[in-house]
Write a protein that binds this ligand. Structure first.
Ligand code: NAD
Length: 286
């Protein structure tokens, strides 16, 4: 029964995507995007948004089962490829797959990342997890940029995006290792953007704050183990400072759509903070 339900869902999604493709005003018509960490959360929401705007999306993720489910749910313009961003050969193959399937790669979104809670004090810091976080959050991003540039430079166009974090801008309690990794992402973006301008390739990142995804909820459940899923989502929403609205993965997807599309054709080397005003609010408080 569950297979039947999932097949009908996939059919519905396909019909809906076909219907959408007849609508005007789509921002990524005929573009090809590769998104790492797209089996879930922000990456998945972005894949959905890009597809609704006419793109073909390659979902590159370390979780094959979830990735295939996501691709099925998103319909015929989504393809899954297994990719561990800590392996340069996986990233290289994912980029080559985009070229062999679609002859082009217009958008590379290096979004995959992991969290890492550290003790609040640097004095107690256990550095064993440091290399693992850097491997995924920093090295994985750099490898993604490298292989995207390999195919974008000869074409003289492209848009590269990354997911940083407000933690990379302002730090965070018990976030020492993660902050380093996300500050590094912001640094790489500015550095690679300055190189890529001469080829007409734009490089930008987005810094979200507390979006209810498995990543964020998983982290919070370590601090609040007695909270159920609904309470954890409510907790995330309670961090918001912008009255009348709650953050969702698609808020980041919309920022990614802007940066990936021609709407942002003159924007490069930028870190777009999407936090409902959180960072400004905090600085006012100080
Ligand atoms: P998520 O857990 O929902 O999704 C992350 C995805 O990355 C998963 O599908 C996971 O399988 C994949 N992944 C993990 N390691 C991988 C690897 N080695 N290779 C390939 N894929 C891998 O989390 P999310 O919140 O959507 O996170 C996406 C990005 O957003 C991350 O870079 C994260 O640091 C960043 N971010 C999230 C928040 C938030 O509050 N959710 C805030 C700031 C930044």
């Amino acid at each position: 029964l569950s297979k039947k339900v999932s097949d009908s869902r996939a059919l519905l999604a396909q019909s809906f995507n076909r219907f959408l493709s007849t609508l005007p005003g789509r921002k990524l018509e005929d573009k090809v995007a590769l998104i790492t960490g797209a089996a879930s959360g922000i990456g998945k929401a972005t894949a959905r948004t890009f597809i609704n705007h006419g793109a073909k999306v390659i979902i590159a993720d370390i979780q094959p089962h979830l990735g295939q489910e996501t691709a099925k749910e998103l319909g015929q313009n989504a393809t899954f490829i297994t990719c561990d961003v800590t392996k340069e050969s996986d990233i290289s193959s994912a980029v080559d797959f985009a070229i062999s399937e679609h002859n082009q790669l217009d958008i590379m979104y290096t979004n995959a990342g992991i969290a890492c809670r550290t003790p609040p004090s640097i004095v107690d810091l256990d550095l064993t997890s440091f290399d693992k976080v850097m491997d995924i959050n920093v090295r994985g991003v750099m490898a993604g940029m490298k292989h995207a540039a390999r195919v974008m430079v000869p074409r003289g166009s492209g848009s590269i995006l990354c997911t940083a974090s407000v933690t990379g801008v302002m730090g965070g309690m018990a976030q020492h290792t993660y902050s380093v990794s996300k500050a590094a992402v912001i640094g790489i973006v500015k550095s690679v953007a300055s190189e890529m301008c001469r080829y007409g390739i734009r490089v930008n990142c987005i810094s979200p704050f507390a979006i209810p995804t498995p990543f964020c909820l998983g982290e919070l459940s370590l601090v609040y183990p007695h909270f159920d899923a609904r309470q954890l989502v409510q907790l995330v929403h309670s961090f918001g400072v912008l009255e009348g609205t709650n953050c969702e993965p698609r808020d980041i997807a919309n920022a990614a759509l802007y940066l990936a599309s021609d709407d942002a054709k003159y924007v490069s080397g930028h870190n777009l903070v999407v936090d409902g005003g959180f960072t400004s609010f905090k600085s006012f408080e100080l």
